[in-house]
Design a protein around this ligand. Structure first.
Ligand SMILES: Nc1ncnc2c1ncn2[C@@H]1O[C@H](COP(=O)(O)OP(=O)(O)O)[C@@H](O)[C@H]1O
Ligand SMILES: [Mg+2]
Length: 622
């Protein structure tokens, strides 16, 4: 993930200078504007551009409800007036037609409301996804280092879906419920106010029960979602690390680990569903009591002649449509609360600011020359734990520097500071005599090329992978030139589809050395003034290393180059060699100087040449 982000950042910076949200038409709303302590306020802001549509949808839903209620009122009129008239004023066909029209109206308006809401919901979900993707790409490294990929995927998929559901069903569902209640309640009230009042005896209690569930289930749902994220992370790690799993024959262990987490999810899910299921029977009882009270009162009123028979029949239907919304209010509140929790989980990703790529008071014109000075630089990832201390050295444009040191000595960290992936905490770094912290990150990343220890290639064609770094349209000819310079051209031609060969999961698997050289070609095409090679040859055999080293020679010309390595052979020709140990530079100088000094360098040099001589000896003896 780390490496993929470096490459991605590199490209984005070249393509789009400035804020993507203003230039990129795809993102129609900047979600950082929806940051708010209140979820409701945040959601409201996020709906920008769709509020009127929702208003329209809810109104349509209301019209549909009025049609529904009118059916019962028509029924009452039919019983009371039409049936009792000796000579009906209207033929029965007309009345039948009214019933049909009302049913059609109910369906038509409801269809309209749903269509508008669904359309808007998809658009809003798209808005969330686009924003999220953009945000994730632009967050600083320190954020990515602390975040589980699985959890992120969870937020980007299932949480967004919960919000989508809110907008497609629940948002107009609320409209439907409110309208159903109000319209039917008013209809009953017009039949007889006292009848309407009987419905208010138990209903508030049902609402209280519903709100209780809102709180209770909300918490459970959050725990369930978190466990779901754990499961996603487990799966994702297993997939990424499938080679390790197989190599160590740890399938059983991994399966058990997954089963354990899956079992937890199952228990939480069961618990959640059980709690949700409890809601219906517990409100069933209350609803039953409510119906009994209303029916009885209605019956007495009818017997006493206070209410006509037709009105009583209508009332029997209307009362159901007063209770129904209140009951469903509970379900809706539960679902809405889920969506709000999901929305909050999504918005958490926006709580960290994007890396300000353009920030800085100095914008150098053209390319940098490549003079770099470190002065007593210190750095810590976490406060109090120094990873780099007192680093001082200076490089002239076009020179090469080799950094030698054991794993964990801080070599990668040191070069994470140059493109400002992390900000140094002490001392100063200067590029062409400008303080680094004043130069915009986008400029630095445009002109610094990094070849990583384990380069990441996308599941695209080889040609696309090579062209990736350039950040512009490049011709096939340019791609081939770069590949030739990186000594990979012949190997690519050996593939059946040549440059159009797919890399990765759906295509060929490149060897470590081949990947490395594709990455070198990619960087060649980017043509950076400053080049960092982080242990670029550590994973390949000596022969391949020699080949890569040769291809690197062409890459290094006229560039300030940093070679991080643990092989003395790779560092011998450098203008300056730095030997690092535990976050400090313990020796510095040319190969000549350092081999004459008593120290770490000479020790490493002796051991490595000795090993190689023995190896050569053995080979010649065979
Ligand atoms: N993102 C990080 N957060 C906290 N500590 C880190 C991080 N990356 C590296 N470190 C620590 O910094 C030290 C130097 O690491 P690194 O620069 O990767 O060494 P090298 O590249 O020389 O092998 C190590 O102790 C490592 O554990
Ligand atoms: Mg490293």
């Amino acid at each position: 993930m780390f490496s993929c982000i470096i490459t991605r950042l590199g490209r984005k910076n070249v393509l789009k200078r400035g804020n993507v949200n203003t230039e990129n038409k795809i993102i129609d709303f900047d979600l950082t504007q929806a940051k708010s302590k209140s979820r409701f306020a945040g959601m409201w802001r996020m709906m920008s551009g769709y509020r009127l549509r929702y208003f329209g949808a809810i109104m349509l839903q209301g019209a549909s409800t009025v049609c529904k209620t009118s059916v019962y009122l028509l029924l009452a009129w039919f019983i009371d007036d039409w049936l009792t008239q000796p000579k009906p004023a209207m033929p029965i066909w007309n009345i039948a037609l009214f019933f049909i029209l009302l049913a059609l109206g109910e369906g038509f308006f409801s269809f309209g409301a749903n269509t508008i809401a669904n359309h808007a919901a998809e658009k809003l979900a798209k808005r969330l996804r686009d924003n999220l993707y953009d945000q994730i790409q632009r967050l600083p490294f320190s954020w990515h280092a602390q975040t589980d990929t699985g959890d992120l995927i969870q937020r980007a998929t299932s949480d967004i879906d919960a919000v989508r559901l809110l907008f497609s069903t629940e948002a107009i569902g609320i409209g439907r419920i409110v309208f159903l209640f109000v319209v039917n309640f008013v209809a009953i009230y017009r039949i007889h106010p006292a009848l309407a009042r009987t419905t208010l005896i138990i209903l508030p209690l049902i609402l209280v029960v519903a709100v209780f569930f809102f709180r209770y289930i909300g918490k459970k749902y959050e725990i369930y979602q978190n466990q779901d994220a754990v499961l996603s992370t487990t799966l994702q790690e297993n997939l990424t690390g499938v080679r390790v799993v197989k190599a160590f024959a740890r399938q059983d262990y991994e399966t058990q680990k997954f089963e354990r987490e899956n079992w937890k999810k199952y228990l939480l899910g069961r618990n959640l569903l059980f709690s949700e299921a409890l809601f219906w029977p517990s409100t069933d009882l209350l609803c039953g009591i409510q119906m009994a009270i209303s029916f009885l009162t209605g019956a007495y009123y009818t017997i006493d002649g206070l209410v006509s028979l037709g009105d009583f029949v209508a009332f029997l239907a209307l009362i159901i449509w007063v209770i129904w919304p209140i009951r469903n209010m509970g379900r809706l509140i539960v679902q809405t609360s889920r969506a709000f929790i999901s929305f909050q989980r999504i918005m958490e990703i926006f709580s960290t600011d994007k890396e300000p790529l353009e920030q800085g008071s100095i914008m150098p014109e053209g390319e940098p020359k490549g003079q770099i000075t470190f002065e007593q630089v210190g750095f810590e990832y976490q406060p109090g734990k120094k990873v780099l201390e007192n680093i001082s050295f200076s490089v002239q444009p076009g020179q090469s520097v080799a950094i030698l040191g054991s794993t964990g000595s801080g070599k990668t960290t040191l070069f994470n500071l140059l493109p400002r992936f992390y900000e140094y905490t002490e001392g100063s770094i200067r590029l062409d005599n400008n303080p680094l912290e004043q130069i915009p990150r986008s400029y630095l990343r445009r002109h610094i090329g990094i070849i990583e220890q384990e380069p990441f290639l996308f599941s695209r064609t080889i040609a696309e992978n090579i062209a990736y770094g350039a950040g512009r349209e490049v011709s096939r000819d340019e791609i081939e030139q770069a590949a030739k310079a990186a000594a990979i051209h012949e190997s690519i031609l050996a593939f059946e589809k040549g440059y159009d060969t797919m890399v990765g999961e759906r295509g060929v698997t490149l060897s470590g050395g081949q990947k490395q050289r594709v990455a070198i070609a990619r960087t060649l095409l980017k043509n950076p003034r400053i080049l960092i090679m982080d242990d670029a040859t550590s994973s390949v055999d000596t022969d391949t290393e020699a080949e890569i080293r040769a291809s690197l020679q062409s890459l290094m010309e006229n560039r300030t180059t940093f070679i991080i390595t643990h092989r003395v052979q790779s560092s011998m020709n450098a203008d300056l060699i730095l030997v690092m140990d535990q976050g400090r530079i313990v020796q510095s100088g040319t190969h000549q100087e350092l081999s004459e000094q008593d120290g770490l360098y000479r020790k490493i040099f002796r051991i490595q040449t000795q090993i190689e001589e023995e190896l050569a000896q053995e080979l010649s003896n065979e």
